[in-house]
Write a protein that binds this ligand. Structure first.
Ligand code: AGP
Length: 632
């Protein structure tokens, strides 16, 4: 995790770097720091100064530190940290300054133990417990040994490390350059007019430029005001006469269509709340240009599979983590019910470490908001090695998972800043319905009339979502009464069929932002254990829209009530039986039973949001979490 930024240009850079870090704070917020080259002295023939300011805690602490020790200069790097190696202390905060070099890093250097041992044996003294400081020492040594440039020194140093990194380096020896490199951790460049930016993610650059270069793994770049010089570093295994080779590469900038205001709160108290309310628009964007009502079909050009390839699919394997995994569970149900293809869902973090068998005839669908989740990326690479076709459903254009895939279906939900995923979840659901309809129509198992009703229903989902979101105040009252109540320490979420992944998602949302212990359960599993938890203190949120599971889940609600459990029911408008048993009821409009997840998840997101807000937790940046999990 962690976020890094870099700047070189004519403007004072400290503010630019801190603003960039603010947009990356979702990636980690244990500590932050800047290193800035002050070249004013060099005018008088003195070497430039390289000053570092770091602070433990959120960026506001760095702001305070910078007020006390302002950093002046036009070239610099910055970092916001999610601690991996070493506690969140000032000594472990980045940038790490060694000799005349400062380094920021996102990732993990896997051979850090052996390298540290080697450097200590050479008399090198370490000021921190981090793996990053090793990289700073290696670069410093290369410079001392006569490397002709910071670029060369960084390149030589990186040829010695294994693992994941996005790194940015500055040095007093070469004050008109920032060197950056990427391997497995995300890194993008922003091309300005006479200035260059680097960052872990696009939102950090949007205030300055929308011309973005997405670096590839193995890229190392020298950034000057005039532009980047990029090379590809290929490190050879042992036994090769040359340790590495480098070849120049050209990476063409892409113009991204996100606007700077999309990365602002726009009057909402939290990004999460704004993003909850952005969901109708996000779904419209996911559907735009893809639903073809005239032919009761989906334009699936981006899916990149010809008719023969579609017929040859024997199985669909969905890979994802966290919230995206919950979307994938719903996706599995749709692929089976609409396309009649056997489908299974896998947690990427499990799939990659067992001897999972995939291959020809398998369509692997990787679902990821960020497109950078380390486990999903590794699982995709593994599946590809085994010969499966890979389609990714991602939000961040040009991110690693789509790049590692054969084709990508982007959700176009706009930047999601809140650590708790909301709008990207429902946008993923929309992409998965589109995929299922497209497959079903190609394989001749989904009748045009059924596809037409479904697609028409999907197009109407955004306006139905708006109607559900109008009940935000009611959700706030229920959150106060049921979840924020002092006696409620745990919470159970129940659902069946398509409401099961929604129950899982409701529980995950509550856990991650309000720190209330919650479990999501398939309601049919209640009798196999969780029913023992039910008592008069236990709020049970039941996701029970009108669908084929209604009667079964109504029985489950009776079982909860018979044990004095407190029931909050999410039901379809006009419901009477479950509503009569529940203490609190939130209604969704009548919708095709296949599409209920789009609506039932909204009250759950709002319940979690308001419970967390009432508790006063840090909703957008909950403790211990980072939005993009780029470490294992
Ligand atoms: C969602 O609220 C979480 N923060 C988390 O579970 C997330 O969904 C997971 O880390 C997967 O991320 P991805 O979609 O970017 O791959």
């Amino acid at each position: 995790m962690c976020g890094i930024v870099g700047y070189i240009g004519p403007r004072p850079c400290a503010g630019i770097l801190v603003d960039g870090l603010r947009k990356l704070e979702y990636r980690g917020y244990d500590s932050a720091g800047l290193a800035v080259l002050d070249t004013r002295a060099s005018v008088a023939g003195e070497p430039p100064r390289l000053d570092v300011v770091r602070a433990v805690g959120k960026l506001s602490r760095l702001d305070d530190a910078l007020r006390e020790h302002p950093l002046i200069g036009n070239v610099g790097i910055g970092h916001t940290r999610w601690a991996t190696h070493g506690r969140p202390t000032e000594a472990n905060a980045h940038p790490h300054l060694v000799g005349e070099v400062a380094v920021v890093h996102n990732g993990i250097l896997e051979n850090h133990v052996e390298l540290r041992r080697e450097l200590v044996a050479k008399g090198r003294k370490f000021a921190s417990e981090t793996d990053t400081e090793i990289a700073a020492h290696l670069i410093d040594i290369e410079l001392a040994n006569g490397a002709s440039s910071l670029f060369e020194a960084t390149r030589n140093a990186l040829s010695r490390v294994r693992g994941a990194y996005a790194i940015a380096v500055v040095s007093r020896k070469e004050p008109d350059v920032v060197v950056v490199a990427k391997s497995f951790s995300p890194l993008v460049l922003g091309i300005g007019d006479g200035e260059m930016f680097a960052a872990s993610d696009v939102p950090a650059l949007l205030a300055h430029t929308r011309d973005i270069v997405f670096l590839e793994d193995g890229d190392i770049a020298e950034l000057r005001r005039s532009g980047p010089k990029i090379q590809r570093l290929l490190v050879h295994g042992d036994g090769s006469p040359e340790r590495f080779t480098v070849t120049p590469v050209v990476r063409t900038p892409r113009r991204v269509d996100w606007s700077p205001s999309q990365a602002e709160k726009l009057g909402y108290k939290h990004f999460m709340l704004k993003e909850i309310f952005e969901q109708p628009a996000a779904i419209e964007n996911t559907l735009r240009g893809r639903v073809v009502l005239e032919s009761s079909d989906v334009d699936g050009t981006e899916i990149g599979l010809g008719d023969d390839a579609v017929q040859r699919i024997r199985r669909v394997v969905l890979l994802a983590c966290g919230t995206s995994h919950h979307a994938a569970i719903a996706g599995r149900n749709w692929i089976e019910s609409l396309a009649k293809i056997p489908a299974q869902v896998e947690l990427a973090s499990e799939f990659r470490y067992r001897d999972a068998i995939v291959g020809e005839g398998d369509l692997v669908v990787a679902v990821s908001q960020s497109g950078e989740t380390a486990d999903t990326l590794a699982a995709v690479r593994d599946a590809k090695r085994q010969g499966a076709k890979i389609l990714s459903i991602a939000n961040v254009v040009g991110s690693a998972i789509p790049r590692a895939s054969d084709a990508a279906l982007y959700t176009h939900a706009g930047p999601e800043i809140g650590v708790a995923s909301t709008k990207c979840f429902t946008a993923q659901l929309a992409a998965l319905v589109l995929l299922s309809v497209w497959l079903g129509r190609r394989r001749g198992v989904l009748a045009p009339e059924r596809a037409q009703r479904l697609l028409q229903g999907l197009v109407e989902v955004p306006s139905q979502m708006r109607a559900v979101l109008e009940q935000a105040d009611a959700c706030q009252r229920v959150a106060r009464r049921q979840i924020y109540a002092p006696e409620a320490r745990d919470c159970l979420f129940l659902g069946r069929g398509l409401s099961f992944p929604i129950a899982l998602e409701g529980a995950l949302k509550l856990k991650e932002i309000s720190y209330v212990h919650a479990e999501g359960y398939a309601a049919g599993e209640m009798k196999h254990g969780p029913i023992a938890l039910i008592d008069a203190q236990m709020p049970v949120v039941v996701v029970a829209p009108r669908d084929q599971h209604y009667e079964k889940i109504a029985s489950n609600v009776q079982e909860v009530r018979a044990r004095d459990g407190r029931v909050v029911a999410i039901v379809t408008a006009g419901d009477s039986s479950i509503s009569a048993m529940a203490q609190d009821v939130i209604e969704i409009p009548e919708v095709d039973p296949e599409l209920t997840p789009f609506l039932t998840v909204l009250p759950l997101q709002l319940l979690s949001y308001y419970a967390a807000d009432l508790k006063g937790t840090d909703v957008d940046q909950p403790r211990n979490l980072a939005k993009t999990v780029t470490v294992e």
